[in-house]
Design a protein around this ligand. Structure first.
Ligand code: ADP
Length: 402
């Protein structure tokens, strides 16, 4: 709050010496004293100023105090301004009553004791200043409220804008996925023709083709095969992006058992050791079975694949509870991944090696990341080059097995 503003006090009397006397007594209060020598002049004053109190002489020529008070009360601005009548000793009770009926709040009988006059006026000044303060605080509250309302409206507008953009992005994404799906589909037909005819050339015209031409046609077949698997992987990825995914509580132990049964033959060929240690009491995780099997299979296949030549793949799988999440770790003794590549390998077609060194299309981890995202989970990796990698996936926990 700023320092108190001075209150206005209106002194109305037709005798200049009375006005001077009032002024002398009230000067101590340090307020703003406004003088009027007639009822008419008093009315002019209340038109454009607010007063803490009006000291109004009853006996004035022309418009007397009562008439003046009645007119003061009629004006909106001064309707509630306290009026103290100043009267002579000869006032009848009737006059006093009339005074109250036109809105007087008090009477002072002349000659008045200066201390009484001063303390009465001081009370009205205090009241006025308190009202002023309350009014200012109310105004501040209104301003704060308006600011808040503006901020809320602004925030709502920003949220609506973000939602609109997210909707647009989602629609664009869906469109792109649908587009890539149909394009991939259509690409396979001419590709099969190329593959088929190159094969036919090789088989039916082998005697007429020299060894160089035969090598070329075989390369065409191999390249077409590779392109076909790229397209098929892309199709699998975009199918995963669009598939409906009903989540249910799943037991990671039985998911792992299922995957191990499926990959056993392939891993035996590579002499890989895969150890899975998931406690029996490990909580279920909320997931879509086919997608989860696909994601974990991709991680296991990579763990067995990306080892240095001559090294026997050794993979460890275990589970860990992390708050509301169940995390599955797949740790290998492979070649590891440099920190700067650990994010991009989860994107479509991102590979760190030529397909001659390590075959693949670069879609396995993209499928893992997308699958986890679709199931409301996450995927990541911790790795040091040359020291193996630890891939993890995380899903919301469900109930515990009974
Ligand atoms: P792909 O296996 O077909 O190459 P992925 O998307 O599964 O495709 O993997 C992308 C790349 O990430 C791989 O080419 C490889 O460079 C790297 N990577 C994935 N898994 C591992 C791993 N366990 N150890 C080392 N590098 C890996």
């Amino acid at each position: 709050m700023t320092a108190k503003a001075k209150a206005n006090i209106l002194l109305v009397d037709d005798h200049p010496e009375s006005l001077l006397a009032l002024e002398a007594v009230l000067a101590d209060l340090g307020q703003n004293l406004v003088k009027a020598d007639s009822g008419r002049q008093a009315l002019r004053c209340v038109l454009n100023q607010d007063f803490a109190v009006i000291l109004l002489d009853v006996n004035m020529p022309g418009m007397d105090g009562f008439e003046t008070a009645a007119l003061i009360r009629e004006r909106e601005r001064s309707m509630h301004t306290p009026i103290v009548f100043l009267t002579g000793r000869d006032q009848s009770e009737l006059a006093v009553f009339r005074g109250y009926s036109v809105g007087a709040v008090d009477y002072l009988i002349k000659p008045f004791a200066p201390e009484i006059l001063k303390s009465k006026v001081a009370v009205f000044v205090d009241l006025f200043q308190m009202r002023e303060k309350a009014r200012q605080q109310a105004n501040q509250l209104v301003a704060i409220n308006q600011n808040l309302e503006r901020e809320i409206a602004e925030r709502k507008r920003a949220e609506a804008e973000i939602k609109r953009r997210a909707d647009e992005l989602e629609a664009a994404n869906k469109e792109l996925e649908a587009f890539s799906y149909s394009v991939s589909h259509d690409l396979r037909t001419p590709l099969r023709a190329m593959q088929g005819f190159a094969q036919a050339l090789n088989e039916d015209f082998a005697d007429r083709l020299g060894p160089v031409a035969q090598d070329y046609t075989q390369r065409i077949v191999a390249a077409a095969c590779r392109m076909d698997s790229l397209i098929q992987d892309l199709l699998a990825y975009s199918r995963l992006s669009r598939a409906q995914m009903l989540l249910q509580p799943l037991d990671l132990r039985s998911i792992m058992a299922q995957i191990q049964a499926q990959t056993e033959g392939e891993f035996r060929e590579r002499e890989a050791v895969v150890e899975a240690a998931i406690p029996e009491a490990f909580p279920h995780v909320m997931a879509h079975a086919t997608t989860l099997v696909q994601v974990v299979t991709n991680l296991l296949t990579n763990a067995v694949k990306f080892v240095a030549s001559g090294v026997r793949p050794h993979v460890r799988v275990w589970a860990e509870e992390r708050g509301e999440w169940g995390r599955l770790w797949v740790e290998d003794n492979g070649i590891g991944i440099a920190p700067e590549h650990q994010v991009r390998i989860f994107r479509v077609f991102e590979r760190l090696h030529g397909s001659e060194t390590y075959p693949g299309t670069g879609i396995g981890l993209a499928i893992a990341a997308k699958g986890m995202e679709r199931m409301g989970g996450r995927a990541g990796v911790e790795s040091t080059p040359g020291k193996g990698s630890k891939f993890w996936i995380e899903l919301p926990k469900g109930d515990r097995p009974s």
